[in-house]
Design a protein around this ligand. Sequence first.
Ligand SMILES: C[S@@+](CC[C@H](N)C(=O)[O-])C[C@H]1O[C@@H](n2cnc3c(N)ncnc32)[C@H](O)[C@@H]1O
Length: 272
Amino acid sequence: MELRDDHLSALIALVRQHTGIAMNEHKRVLLQGRLLPRLRALGIASWAGYIERLASDRTEVTSFIDSVTTNDTVFFRTPAVWSWLSETFLPAFAAQGRAAPLRIWSAAAATGEEAYSLAMSCLEYQAHAPGLRFEILGTDISHAALATARAGAYRGRSVARFEADRPALFRKYLVAHGDGVKVDPAVAQHVRFDQHNLLGRPPRSAAFDLVMLRNVLIYFDAEHQQQVLAGARAAMGPSARLVLGEQESITRLQTAFAFEQAHVYRIGGEPS
Ligand SMILES: C[S@@+](CC[C@H](N)C(=O)[O-])C[C@H]1O[C@@H](n2cnc3c(N)ncnc32)[C@H](O)[C@@H]1O
């Protein structure tokens, strides 16, 4: 079914309205490929009809968001970040001797692998700091991705590399489940998932010590990147750290953050 320019523009505007994601006409094939199954499922015969449907059907907006977002992720993505977490961030946090639990926000958590990787890292660190308590919140705009995250059951690409790279952790924290694996309840009990739009208000349970905001800024234009970063800042405690994805740099933006080391940012201009 041909996607006319005016309908493509309308869909791009709807993507921006509902997710903040910036797309352009180069995304024509991607949008067609992802949304045609929705038209077929609904028995809608034209793009105009689908666009009309989105204006009046909140449930379809949820499916639209699920379709247009890219939820790719893996366990322990970007190994350098996980070394920094275990060798720098967690020792520094434990040394503070704070009574309150460590609070981590996996923003744009997709299907949950990052949030569970955080929980496994904290559990491993308890060997050095037995009193370490921690809570992890994973959020995403996609309901479908969150359903997978809450189920904590995985197979294929998202676990293959994990098993190859970290076999001991894999055996310790994942249990066989059908033709894949499931996150052990000892890990899952530390992780909660909520639906959240990064362009909205920060989650209510704010004052996080660590915010993982990885591989999502790339989908936004500069205006929305600034807005998302301001939201992240508002959700962080004064000595918290922000972690971005490998392809993401915020140095050209006006933000509250200062570069600390690859992928890691702190608040303000002075070391804390
Ligand atoms: C490529 S995944 C990144 C997953 C994980 N953070 C990682 O680095 O592996 C990007 C995620 O951002 C989510 N996303 C896109 N726009 C969003 C928004 N406005 N608010 C919250 N999440 C959003 C998508 O649903 C998707 O799951």
